[in-house]
Design a binder for this molecule. Sequence first.
Ligand code: NAD
Length: 485
Amino acid sequence: MSHETKALFIIFGATGDLAHRKLYPAIYELYKKGYLSKSFAVIGTARREWSDDYFQEVVRDSIADGIESEEHAKEFSTHFRYQSHNVKDTAHYVTLKKLADELDEEYGLEGNRIFYLSMSPSFFGTITSHLKAQSLATDEGFNRVVIEKPFGTDFESSKELNDEINSSFAEDQLYRIDHYLGKEMVQNILALRFSNPLLENSWNKETIANFQVTLSEDLGVEERGEYYDKSGALRDMVQNHVLQVVGMLTMNRPDSFTPEDVRREKLAIIESLKTPVVTQDETTDFVRGQYSDSSDQKVKAYRNEDKVDPESLTETFVAGQITIDTDEWRDVPVYVRTGKRMAEKLSRIDIVFKETTSDLFNDSPSTLTIFINPDQGVELVINNKKIGPGMDLEPMKLASLRSKETLKNSPEAYEKLILDVLNGDETHFAHWGEVAESWKYVDQIRQTWDSFEDHIPFYPALSVGPAEANQLLERNGHHWVYTAE
Ligand code: NAD
């Protein structure tokens, strides 16, 4: 049975897209499943002047797809209050504290507070210092701060941001969201690897030829052109999600699933990444691209997107060969790629095993695929004897994908992560050490790219990316398992 935690959520950026699309539905699911019942309240704050009634209407609208009944949704929404707020105005924090204390009393929340910063990171330092100065953080209960990405734009800025936040809140009060870490199949990597000796004993340089991580989106930049044009795929995806997945794939077995043990092992991987070679020829470990019009001209080029510089050199695609500089993994390349306006929306990991060393067979490499999104499941492709005379082989697929029904009932990443925050479990959140090391890694690539002449390879929208991404593997005699065909 679910364990209930009492808490007051204060959501900064309550009128924003993320709150509407992800946070309210996730909190409602937790309410539906009994993790939150009578003893919780939510204060939404943002610049706009909204009434409580209007805010509650917005919340009901955001959860409309999954409600048990109109009445249940209504009861849920009565726990929500709205306070218009300018993050820079001290007086507003005083009003906010008054409302927080009232709700604490009304719902018996014992001073437990979750501050959810769903706003531009440029405000994080200001907000956290006011939370401390105006005593919104309580002495009686827990105080946890949830932080959205991006956490800085490079190592320097992320360190500055971290120091600012740390002057009010300690590391163990901070929950840096990386929603990939909340995904079922990303968490499942550790279960698959460490609960099956069959896989655990094969997870090494003797058996694995290479890892391939593909996180691809079919959408373009939508309304986020202004942010994206300054960020690009390397900062937006590689620094966080891609490197976290690489850590999960290659970390040593943790002693336990406590945050300390899991994060220590993951950090050990990120710390041992070899400095990538970044050049403009085939010796490079990282390549980039930007989408042009689709071949049927129906989808416009990145440079023609709203709020994007028409001469932008921002990469909407990155592919790379990552080397983990340890005895175990030095000779096993980890190939990664991520991009927008790709042929399909999907996240998957392909593990390519080595071929046999004997001359008995003309075998092809076995592969294990972990489907993360939208499919969830595992597929193993192994060699199998063809029916008939001789010993010719053909690939055999052993696949198990979770059914649509199972997926419909399985919790969203945000639901799981918010539950972790309620329970004080930081295992699936990025620790400062991981963030810092990841930035140092991608900064080396970014700085070299910035020093190159004004040039970026293009790929047609709705394709698998530029040809350079294939050459990256071909130089080692490898190829991408997933080719979108
Ligand atoms: P948004 O632009 O839709 O919302 C921003 C919110 O901040 C609004 O509620 C706005 O009123 C409030 N705000 C802005 N300036 C303010 C001020 N001076 N005082 C008080 N309130 C102010 O942004 P979003 O898409 O909801 O994203 C929120 C955060 O989550 C950002 O850090 C973003 O990078 C991150 N994020 C968003 C998504 C997504 O899918 N939307 C995904 C990952 C991360």
